[in-house]
Design a protein around this ligand. Structure first.
Ligand SMILES: Cc1cc2nc3c(=O)[nH]c(=O)nc-3n(C[C@H](O)[C@H](O)[C@H](O)COP(=O)(O)OP(=O)(O)OC[C@H]3O[C@@H](n4cnc5c(N)ncnc54)[C@H](O)[C@@H]3O)c2cc1C
Length: 462
């Protein structure tokens, strides 16, 4: 019998009193990670507060190329927003000396085998392994509307200005909002990304993964809307590794091209240049470098949007949770953008959110999921380093593909469904560590390394 019924009181009134006087979970940050968590809590019927200013969904939103775990978690939980999912059939890693490394994400044999095992092992009949690009601009806005319309969500449009943390109990006891209002939370989900609100208040040690960098990015738009992709790069993620031979002197790093039907996201993450180069110049050079490798972005997407330039850094934290708080996604860990895992970490936090309210120990699963992702960071460093010197090679690609494959399992190890977790862990141990190296060595049909530009190829099937 419910508490309300036992108390013999009018149920709605009792609920109202509970809402007014009981402590509730608080999600801080109403962007991607915060919205995913809020959506998950609301779906479980959990009343909570969502604190943060309304994001500007018309400004550029980044985090669009997804890995398998992110793709699967999104498809499973947000299939109704699939209009914002776009094809990611291939990954092109382009070297400074014109090499083109092509990785066909759809015919990746190890994934195919894993697919069969999973279908049999955990009955995922509709498991869809095709990777996606996520149109964050459309998706985030639609998710926001859905979340704030839910009666279990109370939105407070203000920033948190101060956090009271009790070292002894490892608990957040109070949040002070802009304007002075105070909230006593039952649990806090920190979704403030690099603001790191709770990590800072709780004094959690931050571990930097590499030095400071600068990200410069923009969107370009097609004139004619909803036309079919005409080139294979229009359904692929392309990553360009460059050194001095590609961009102006003193500029080193990686650039990306992530197309959607009506717009394309392009940008670069670079070490701070020692020469002064304007963001416009960088983007212009990047477009030229892509063009010389067969990716003529401007021809297909001629309308230029504003260019954004932000400092950033890759990092993780010594722990992801405390007695009543959880660092969600980027507020805990941000590894190489090119690993396509920024979105995945936020989805992982949402996957654990409801369970965390009942059992804070479940955060251990989330922490090991994040550790697995951080373990893959060095291979992306190496691709960047070797790529800019024109040293991309098949053995390097094999190691990269292996790390991608190992990550594939992370979405099942974080899963809220125990059967999936157990099966994925068992498969991981046997398949990934014993069989995968053999498959990776002998089956090479899903990747190639050439010196010819990314061609237009045949018309991709949509
Ligand atoms: C250039 C670039 C390229 C990237 N590419 C990829 C990619 O291809 N694939 C991928 O998976 N990931 C990628 N990422 C990572 C991905 O974009 C991020 O991990 C993700 O967008 C973070 O979402 P978030 O909700 O955690 O953070 P944000 O979207 O930054 O939201 C944080 C929110 O917290 C709010 N906030 C901050 N402080 C407070 C406060 N005190 N009180 C209340 N609210 C507060 C902010 O206003 C904001 O709304 C990329 C990131 C960058 C920068």
């Amino acid at each position: 019998m419910s508490l309300e019924a036992r108390a013999g009181v009018d149920v709605p009134l009792f609920r109202l009193i509970r809402r007014l006087f009981m402590k509730h979970p608080v999600v801080v940050g109403s962007s991607f990670a915060g919205l995913l968590i809020s959506h998950r809590l609301a779906r479980a019927g959990i009343y909570h507060l969502l604190v943060g200013k309304r994001p500007d969904f018309h400004s550029l939103r980044i985090g669009e190329s997804l890995d398998f775990a992110g793709t699967w978690l999104l498809k499973e939980n947000f299939g109704h927003l699939s209009r914002f999912f776009h094809r990611k059939d291939q990954v092109f890693a382009l070297g400074a000396r014109g090499q083109v490394l092509r990785f066909d994400t759809n015919s990746f044999l190890a994934d195919r085998i894993a697919h069969l095992l999973l279908r049999g092992g955990i009955g995922l009949r509709n498991l869809d392994f095709r990777l996606i690009h996520l149109d964050r601009q459309g998706f985030d806005g639609a998710l926001y509307d859905e979340v704030i319309a839910n009666p279990h969500v109370r939105r407070i449009e203000a920033d948190v200005e101060a956090v009271t943390y009790d070292h002894h109990s490892d608990r957040i006891v109070e949040l002070t909002l802009h304007g002075g209002a105070r909230v006593e939370p039952s649990v806090v989900f920190d979704a403030t990304f690099h603001r790191r609100l709770i990590a800072e208040a709780a004094g959690v040690r931050r571990e930097d993964l590499g030095g400071p960098r600068v990200a410069v990015f923009t969107h370009l738009y097609a004139v004619e809307k909803n036309r079919e992709p005409a080139n294979e790069w229009e359904v692929s993620t392309s990553v360009l590794n460059f050194g001095r031979s590609v961009l102006p002197p003193g500029v080193e790093g990686q650039g990306w091209c992530i197309p959607f039907r009506n717009h394309v996201s392009i940008g670069l993450s670079i070490l701070p240049p020692n020469a002064s180069v304007s963001p416009e110049e960088l983007v212009g050079q990047l477009l030229e470098a892509f063009k010389s490798r067969g990716i003529n972005v401007v021809e297909r997407f001629p309308q230029k949007g504003p260019i954004v330039s932000v400092p950033h850094q890759y990092f993780t934290h010594a722990r992801a949770a405390g007695a009543n708080w959880l660092l969600a996604g980027g507020a805990c860990t941000q590894i190489h953008f090119f690993s396509s895992t920024g979105v995945t970490t936020a989805l992982g936090a949402a996957e654990i959110a409801v369970e965390f309210l009942k059992n804070p120990k479940s955060a251990q699963r989330y922490e090991s999921f994040l550790r697995g992702l951080v373990g893959g960071h060095p291979i992306f460093d190496e691709i960047e380093e070797r790529g800019k010197n024109g040293e991309i090679s098949l053995p390097l690609l094999r190691r990269w593909v292996r790390s991608v494959f190992l990550r594939t399992w992370s979405c099942f190890t974080i899963s809220r469904v125990p059967r999936r977790r157990m099966f994925a862990n068992a498969i991981y141990r046997v398949f990934a560590s014993q069989l995968y190296p053999i498959i990776g060595r002998h089956v090479t049909s899903y990747y190639s390394l050439t010196a010819s530009p990314v061609g237009t190829g045949s018309q991709p099937q949509v």
